[in-house]
Ligand binder design. Sequence first.
Ligand code: ADP
Ligand code: MG
Length: 614
Amino acid sequence: MSDVIKLMPDALANQIAAGEVIQRPASVLKELVENSVDAGASKITVNIKDAGRTLIQVIDNGCGMSVTDARMSFERHATSKLTKAEDLFCIYTKGFRGEALASIAAVAEVELKTRRADDAIGTDVIINGSKFISQTPVSTPQGTNFAIKSLFFNVPARRKFLKSNSTELQHIITEFQRIVLTHPMIEFALHHNDNIIYSLPKTNLKQRILGVFGKNLNSTLIPVEIDTSIVKITGFCGKPSPSKRKTDKQFFFVNNRYMKNSYFHKAVALAYDKLTLPDCIPPYFLYMEVDPHTIDVNVHPAKTEINFENASDIFRLLQAGIKETLSKSDVTPAIDFDNQAINDIPYFRSDSPLPEEPQISYDPDYNPFVSTEKPQSFSDGGGSRSKGSYNYKQSDYQPLRRSTDNWQTLYESALNGSTDDIKPAAAPTPLMQIGNKYIAALHDNGIMLIDQYRAHLRILYEKYLRQIASNADATQQLLYPQPLDLDATSLAMAYDIRDELMSVGFDIDFPSPTATATLRGIPPFLEQNKAIDVLIKVIDSYRDEHGNISSSMKDILARSAARSEAVMGGRSLSTEEMQTLKDDLLATQQPEFSPDGRKTTIVLRPDDLERMFN
Ligand code: ADP
Ligand code: MG
């Protein structure tokens, strides 16, 4: 038998490599624009036609290429940027595999015009699907002009895999934003079908951010400067706002390269903890500089994840640094919850006279942490529910004795800062609100602390789930259809998932993927004035969880509706409201967790307290 192994033809190898590097028009844009940046351009113009299907053109005024280099640049592993393998690990330039142009040329029709400053005449190279067509002299301005036409013309599967024009355009815009945000000193322009999307003059970082995302960010950006031996972090973070709208203007860069990093995002989110809703962190633009030896820039150019040697240290520095930045810029509420618990106790108040020493008769045998009832766990406690309202099981809780009652009212009025207004406690079990965010209750031989926002989320979420289940795919038609004012990304996403949205009752009319859509019908259980807010949350969650099949659209809708409705931390609740919230929470299927899996409650038992007093 003869040998069977053959070398793959170059064209085929390039096409396969292209599958990794070039996934969509946006990848072409990224590679070409990064090359232009590397070529030292001070001005880069991008022209797109039909979301990149017809044309992706990148024109720069950089160093240009010689006649030979222009031809050579399309060879695989052709690069002027790598001289020794070791350099791979210390890369400051953008691309480094010498693979991009070969890959692009394998799956498109490419024309390159380029001229160096010292050359009188430039060169024009045409390559179609890895096939060299021609190279001729041409008169062209100094710099490089790449025109990529008919992307994936020879890979029908890829072409078919492309999403709607609006989605592909959105990817292009996102990629463009990531690059322009790292090079404010370069002038950029982006055109789509002869419309100007961006025209960005050379400027400083702050003005560049405003140029990309609009001047209304101006009032919110706070400069960040965290300088340590393992990482330097500069840039801007947004002032906390009570907004319930999610933002996607959150960017990390490392060594001036965009990266995705959900771990570091958590650090930022923690710094904003209690200042905003957990999933409504303000925009941020954070630039990290680290020793390139301490990161693993994934050699895969299409990937944006990067591994850090000092990840957990950076996490802590980031969290503490942002927190300090926020506190210095005086945007944090005067007292944050941790301190407020203390400050609210009147003994620390300097502005009010000391309350008269209360005369309390107390029962020396009484121990509030010893329950006379058998302990009951959350999941089975109060679980029974009678039609329409929740059943509060008195037996779950320690009944008050006279002396504690007294103590309770005194304590409550002390918290309210007055001693003369002593009312008997209305609740069957003492309830207190702490920092307008938490409810404290005696529970089961301990103290239960409830996060009021998360608890409310859980209650509403289960309620909506039931309503959706009983009304599956019904729609409530709107008398007056409303225009949907969505940003380009959300609109593209909504268009892509229109069938799924319909399946839960959102009837939306899309004249085209990019034109303004109209909301015609909404799920019956939603109030009309909340519907758009909920819809936006649904789209956002869907985008975040894309590919995670474990959450159904119904689940996402129930969660989004709950988020839009829930009482934020920061609101003061009446005793009755606290009581209802607590009872309703304990009556849910899963009282321990909010619908997104965070703790709703903490129980401190005597053991815990003993440990804490140690
Ligand atoms: P890499 O960027 O990894 O070197 P590419 O395939 O992207 O690989 O590019 C190959 C080479 O072509 C580059 O190293 C560079 O020398 C040259 N080149 C590409 N684009 C430009 C440009 N816009 N201006 C000047 N030279 C370029
Ligand atoms: Mg490159």
